[in-house]
Design a protein around this ligand. Structure first.
Ligand code: ZN
Length: 244
């Protein structure tokens, strides 16, 4: 029996991360983190320190790769490049080595975990049904968890090849059908973009074969103040209040 807490895109937001941990306390046995621990947010070392203390299974996101010099900042929109440089200037050497050591994919309990998508685990996208359909051609696991878009969503391909998707809300439960294949995004902890400011994650119960999604409020005003104090772009603070 295993209950996995699956979360993604923490983006150096320690207040959101703490709220997710508080909500999930006592409801999981293991944690899997789908990458993008840092960048955008004001607390990169605090978040990486906490991840290292907790010791979950963890993969590398494109922002983590950028911060350790493995992914060019040119790939980011020009307004985000100085933010990544700020994160690079803040991150401690031992946290940098930790981010560098993370793998790009992970398999656990018969599921695949990636940051972005199956064909390009670091920086591909699954943004619509057409993109999901392409990914289903590559899928070798019944369950495939991904992040990167910061949008909570479930794509399902049924045994008859029909594709559908739904957007889970707080406490939405997915009953896994044994003959279906899934692409599941728990949403983002640290910079959700569901037009909802709450921090997102999910719990996969491998015995009951359910995935329960949750969204928890956190004191984003504190994160906003830290963003301002760090001199990071105002828009990074503002968007947290709207979840976009
Ligand atoms: Zn991200």
């Amino acid at each position: 029996m295993s209950r996995l807490l699956i979360l993604s895109d923490l983006h150096a937001n320690e207040e959101a991360f703490q709220a997710v941990l508080d909500f999930a306390e006592g409801r999981y046995d293991e944690m899997v983190v789908l990458g993008d621990l840092v960048d955008y947010g004001p607390s990169p070392n605090q978040v990486v320190n906490e991840i290292r203390r907790l010791g979950p299974a963890c993969i590398k996101g494109n922002h983590d790769a950028a911060i350790v010099g493995e992914y060019s900042l040119e790939n980011f929109r020009s307004e985000w490049q100085p933010v990544a440089r700020w994160t690079m200037s803040q991150i401690t050497e031992s946290n940098r080595q930790f981010l560098k050591s993370l793998p790009l994919t992970l398999q656990k309990e018969g599921a695949l975990f990636v940051h972005a998508n199956l064909s390009d685990p670091l920086c591909g996208y699954i943004l619509n049904d057409a993109a999901a359909a392409e990914q289903f051609h590559l899928a070798r696991h019944p369950l495939n968890f991904f992040g990167h878009t910061h949008i909570t969503i479930v794509y399902e391909r049924t045994a008859t090849g029909k594709l559908r998707h739904f957007v889970p809300d707080h406490l939405s439960e997915l009953n896994i059908q044994s003959r279906s294949t899934y692409l599941i995004n728990p949403g983002s902890v640290g910079q959700p973009r569901n037009d909802d400011p709450r921090a997102c994650a999910c719990l996969w119960d491998t015995e009951r074969q359910t995935v329960t999604f949750f969204r928890v409020p956190y004191p984003f005003e504190i994160t906003q103040k830290k963003i301002q104090a760090a001199g990071l772009p105002e828009v990074l603070a503002r968007r947290l209040a709207f979840g976009r």
